[in-house]
Ligand binder design. Structure first.
Ligand SMILES: *Cc1c(COP(=O)(O)O)cnc(C)c1O
Ligand code: SF4
Length: 307
């Protein structure tokens, strides 16, 4: 809004949205938005809308049901061999459709040193865990030193085989992918990065350079997207997104059906439409460019292919 993307007349109505949900955009993403176009696919992802104050009957505060699977603060353990570590809840941008929108924000969620040590001790004590998935919030908002310390501690555990980081930083704030950050990501064990992007235009020259720094360092890149009304819900937009990913050495991994977080109904695409979209793309794109279309099952059942 301070970025000049919201008119003065619209501001008062949006104060209530900003009071309820975190709001931020990076200069890199703001520069992509055509301010005269209310349907701009980048603008839709970041510019608040009064519709967010309406919670539909099916919408849930914790749609992925992380809370019941949290053994210690910052850890989510749903599957036998892998678990999430959420070192902080800040992000470079705040997506209007975020499934963790009740939790993420600029001033919340950085684990204290004691909490972080407790979370690391939990991983140390769970020999069945082979993969740690750093998420949040956005783990690449940490300083290179802090990130390197956390990854190093985890990589040093004998039972941990691979690490993974889920992030929007390479597209939303590519300048953060510095040589120091890349050095922190390189560990004695593989570190995969799952990059969240929803539209081909997010792959700016700066984003492409940031992704190349990671890929050249040997970091395997996976793509994650959310199927969003008005952003990527037709075949040309989705094809362009997936082609942008593979050109940047990202293997499209998951296309998520929208989780029913509060006030996100304007982004909902019926699953039958998503399935038809995936069917239309098969054959138009190489098989390795097709993500798996998944939904989060209610009550913490985990991600399942939409069929
Ligand atoms: C999504 C998720 C994972 C990762 O699942 P993959 O299918 O391996 O990508 C792991 N733990 C939790 C709690 C999750 O929500
Ligand atoms: S970057 Fe991820 S966690 Fe942060 S607001 Fe966007 S979707 Fe939510």
């Amino acid at each position: 809004m301070r970025a000049g993307l919201v008119s003065a007349e619209a501001m008062p109505a949006l104060e209530g949205v900003a009071a309820r949900y975190a709001t931020a955009i990076t200069p890199a993403m703001a520069a992509l938005i055509n301010p005269g176009d209310p349907a701009d696919p980048i603008g839709l992802q970041y510019i608040p809308d009064v519709a967010e104050l309406i919670t539909a009957p099916h919408e849930l505060e914790d749609p992925t049901a992380d809370a019941p699977f949290t053994p210690v603060k910052g850890v989510v353990h749903r599957y036998p061999d892998r678990a999430l570590l959420k070192p902080l809840l800040a992000c470079p941008v705040y997506c209007r459709f975020c499934f963790r929108r009740e939790k993420v924000g600029p001033d919340g969620g950085l684990l204290t040193e004691a909490e972080l040590q407790e979370a690391l001790a939990w991983f140390e004590g769970n020999a069945a865990i082979r993969e740690v998935i750093l998420t949040g919030g956005d783990p690449l908002m940490l300083s290179a030193r802090r990130l390197g310390e956390i990854l190093g501690r985890l990589a040093g555990m004998a039972h941990i085989e691979i690490l993974r980081i889920h992030t929007r930083v390479p597209v939303a704030d590519p300048a953060r992918i510095t040589a120091a950050l890349v050095a922190a990501i390189r560990q004695a064990k593989p570190v995969f990065i799952a990059v969240h992007a929803n539209h081909a235009r997010e792959f700016t020259p700066d984003a492409a350079a940031a992704l190349a720094r990671l890929a050249d360092a040997g970091v395997p890149l996976l793509g994650q997207s959310v199927l969003l009304r008005g952003v990527n819900d037709d075949a040309p937009a989705m094809e362009a997104l997936l082609r942008a990913m593979i050109r940047n050495r990202i293997k499209p991994y998951y296309l998520h059906s929208l989780d029913p977080a509060p006030g996100t109904a304007r982004f909902q695409v019926p699953e039958e439409e998503g399935l038809a979209l995936m069917a239309a793309l098969r054959g138009r794109l190489p098989g390795h460019a097709l993500p798996l279309f998944v939904r989060e099952t209610p009550m913490g059942g985990g991600k399942k292919p939409v069929a």
